[in-house]
Design a protein around this ligand. Sequence first.
Ligand code: HEM
Length: 425
Amino acid sequence: MGNHKNKHSVVVKFLLHLHPKKVDENAVKYSRTFGLGGISALLFVILATTGMMLRFSYVPVIDRAYESILDLQTYYIFGLLLRNIHYWSANLMVVVVFLHVLRVFYSQSIYFERRKNWLCGLVLLFLVLSFNFTGYLLPWDQLSFWAVTIMTEILSYIPLIGTYLSVILRGGEQVGQSTLMNFYVLHTGLLPLLMIVFMIFHFWLVRKAKGVTTSQPERTKLVNVSSHLVRKEIIAALAIGALVMLLSLFFDAPLKDMANSLVSSNPSKAPWYFMGLQEFLMHIHPSFVAFVLPVMVLSLLIYISYQTSESINVGVWFNSKSGKKQMIKSAISSFLFTLILIFVTEYLLNFRGWFSSMPLIVSTGLIPFLLYLIPAVGYFWFLSRGKKSNKPELLMSIVTIIIVSYIVMMSIGIWFRGESMKLIF
Ligand code: HEM
């Protein structure tokens, strides 16, 4: 009996590390977090469990890797299902983590005592994408081989260290055995370890900031965590489990022909979440895709969280009602503008031809970049002068424009690029 009580209290103690006993009634409303952080954590647990099982059959050697996946699917009981669950959870995780980022960002939950957690979150985002990307190569089929070839090629355009980085990651000049080993070790060793460390830090910081944000500055009624929050978490976990199971039962993870370094697949596409980058590459110099823009976007995301303006309304969606309207307008403008620019730069403008006497980085980099920047700056000038938006809202607009633009490019890349990456309708 004493033993049982002791065991029980360990579980309770663990839960109390994740949750306090009582929580603010407004903080447990489903529309506050949509459970997205918790669902990301659950997906990670599913991935870690299925990943460990997959390790029993997978062989990280280029002549055997593809075959070992085929064996898993054909001879192992529930082998195909296991691979499908891992595949679908991984893809869902990218989507869910992205939605979680949108939720914390647009609900103004990244400022003051939450800044550190936003920065920790950016590391987690990098880890989630690296996890996905390293796993992508492991089946060693045409799809994965060429996707990794493209992505590591893009990496080599980072000034000064790019080629070096690409060679380190590939473990040589070409994607081959050393690349597979590097990716396998990262995917099943280092990344899980880093992920667990940063996730624990992330949860601890949520508790340290006294829970998630609410739109009420003062705490209202406190309710019991077990009957309110934990119940909702169990429902969300069951729903997500059911979704993963349904996807895995009805849609198999892709597996093309075995990788062949001599015959490239046509079209060769990056993983779907990086397709925005590949689409962007079709319009602008690779240095901008690999370096200039990522550095600018990352700096912006870090810079925003350092705002201490009095007009920040922590916990309030889009900062205010007018902020919300402004985000909708920014999203629509960005959607139309990006579409137009894709078509114009695809069919009408030939920067390379017109400015052929200039270095490529100017003719296909700087000039198209300015072409995008000038109207964007004009738009912000209009917002800040004409509409009197405050600074947090203005910064939020910039991020909205970037996000929508990326989603448009990603969608074009995934669905509207056919053979030789030509636009198809
Ligand atoms: C493995 C990935 C991640 C997991 C498991 C995770 C988990 C969580 C959980 C459980 C919460 C509290 C509940 C909720 O807000 O849903 C939370 C809050 C938060 N997360 Fe994440 N998260 C992840 C990735 C990220 C990323 C990529 C970012 C940002 C770049 C981020 C930023 C934040 C912030 C700022 C909060 C505090 C929100 C508030 O106080 O209202 N997280 N996270």
